[in-house]
Write a protein that binds this ligand. Structure first.
Ligand SMILES: [Fe+2]
Length: 286
């Protein structure tokens, strides 16, 4: 099976800001449209610059990221649940008993946001628990979710907000987690608008584009339809915890650049060691 998707790279302001850092200076020419991309508006294509295409993640890359991420998480004394280590064949054999895992979208999740440059734009996630929307509608029950995530040093997650999900983003260890924040106007990222956030319960008023720096142990609460946020690791890879409202990643993420993909295409160049959440539909059909 081969899943190949072609993407066009569509820079957003966050990406321009990230590319302005010295650490990524050598990549500006590749993704910065020759310097034409820095404006106050999201643009679908830099003027006069032909669209760039990208390659999907290779399964061999995904396997390598899983191994490295598992080792990093374990270095903090955090253990993933048993189903994390089941092989694809074992998940298929257990299909009848793991409906809740599949329906809740629990498990491994790796994205390059459609850029094909995982080291520069990407995020590792493992959804440890997740409730269901029906309980949310009832106002009681499993209204919560938990993720373990890793932002590598200078690896950006693009500017976005959420429709439903409130999330506490927690630096569990490693480097500094930098979160860039803007306010919201009518559902759009307002780059002229600051915001108010609570960090470990304390109220903070922030100017537009403030780069909140969370050290290990520190956290911030981000509210849906209010806090636009993009983030990356500084000074090292960061082990991140997320405690949130029950979450559907297929519908809840709104990116400033609407062309950004939450999930990555994968090209199968070797067997998966473990399935990603985005593999379940293909590999675990009832
Ligand atoms: Fe978020």
């Amino acid at each position: 099976m081969t899943l190949v998707k072609q993407y066009t790279i569509l820079p957003a302001n966050f990406i321009n800001d990230l590319l302005a850092t010295d650490a990524l200076a050598d990549r500006r020419e590749l993704l910065h449209c020759g310097g034409k991309g820095r404006t106050g508006q999201v643009r679908n294509q830099c003027e006069g610059t032909p669209p760039m295409t990208r390659s999907p993640l290779l399964r061999s890359q995904v396997n390598q990221i899983l191994r490295r991420s598992d080792e990093f998480i374990r270095s903090f004394g955090f253990s993933l649940p048993p189903f994390a280590y089941w092989s694809p064949a074992e998940m298929q054999a257990r299909r009848a008993e793991i409906g809740n895992i599949i329906d809740a979208g629990l498990g491994w999740d790796i994205t390059d946001f459609g850029f094909g440059k995982f080291d520069e734009f990407g995020l590792f996630l493992f959804t440890v628990r997740n409730g269901n929307a029906a309980d949310l509608a009832r106002g009681r029950g499993m209204l919560y979710a938990e993720k373990a995530m890793i932002s590598r040093e200078n690896q950006g997650s693009p500017m976005h907000r959420h429709n439903i999900k409130a999330e506490d983003i927690i630096n569990r260890g490693g480097g500094t987690l930098v979160i860039e924040l803007y306010g919201d106007t009518d559902g759009k990222c307002d780059r002229d608008k600051g915001t108010v956030v609570y960090t470990d319960g304390g109220r903070r008023e922030l100017e537009p584009g403030h780069k909140l720096k969370l050290q290990p142990g520190e956290s911030v609460t981000l509210m849906p339809n209010e806090h636009w946020h993009g983030f990356w690791g500084e000074g090292g890879d960061v082990f991140i915890g997320e405690v949130s409202t029950v979450n559907d990643d297929l519908t809840d993420n709104v990116f400033e650049d609407p062309a950004i993909d939450r999930f990555s295409g994968i090209e199968e160049d070797e067997e998966p060691i473990h399935l990603l959440v985005s593999d379940y539909d293909t590999w675990l059909k009832p």
